[in-house]
Ligand binder design. Structure first.
Ligand code: ATP
Ligand code: MG
Length: 159
């Protein structure tokens, strides 16, 4: 894929996406919040594709929420010349034996496949593909029935 790199402010983009997904969050009674180390953080990246990454991760976090007090925290932190972006939820979590497979195309965990609603299993494959095109990796940590945390870096742009 070809990237259109520009300089943009990531916290503003995250807030726009939280607004965009507001109805879905409300339907699931999920609280979606941004936590950040700095009011404004500029990055060099493909804004449209990073929007897609955030939409896929945050809508998964909303969709796979499974408790009364569903909480999703998106956080951004400056680390030298990089920005660390995390999407954390307290949802259903992912069993360790299937965790390595979730970035595969069309892979869905059995329980989610059985649900009548639900996607195609492409969301995370697209996320990984977009970040790799930026020269970045995505990591995941999950505790089954407790929650999941995704993290990735973006290139920081000086103010
Ligand atoms: P779509 O293509 O519509 O995104 P999907 O959500 O099933 O479909 P992915 O986003 O690629 O596909 O996610 C793959 C699988 O990983 C999901 O089916 C789900 O089982 C699991 N998963 C992803 N994100 C989470 C999460 N935040 N909490 C728990 N399970 C998750
Ligand atoms: Mg998905």
């Amino acid at each position: 894929i070809s990237l259109q790199i520009s300089r943009f402010e990531i916290n503003g983009l995250i807030k726009e996406i939280i607004d965009l997904l507001d109805l879905e969050a409300e339907r699931k009674d999920a609280l979606v919040q941004l936590q950040t180390s700095n009011a404004q953080i500029f990055v060099n990246a493909d804004k449209q594709k990073i929007s897609q990454v955030l939409i896929n991760l945050i809508s998964n976090a909303i969709y796979y929420a499974n408790r009364d007090k569903a909480q999703i925290i998106i956080s951004t932190h400056i680390l030298k010349n990089k920005v660390l972006v995390k999407v954390e939820d307290n949802g259903m979590g992912i069993k360790p034996e299937v965790l390595p497979r979730i970035f595969e195309r069309f892979y869905r965990v059995e329980t989610s496949r059985n649900r009548k609603e639900g996607g195609s299993g492409l969301g995370l494959a697209i996320v990984k593909h977009i970040l790799e095109a930026h020269g970045e990796n995505i990591t995941v940590e999950s505790v089954f029935l407790e929650g999941t945390k995704f993290a990735f870096f973006l290139e920081r742009s000086a103010q």
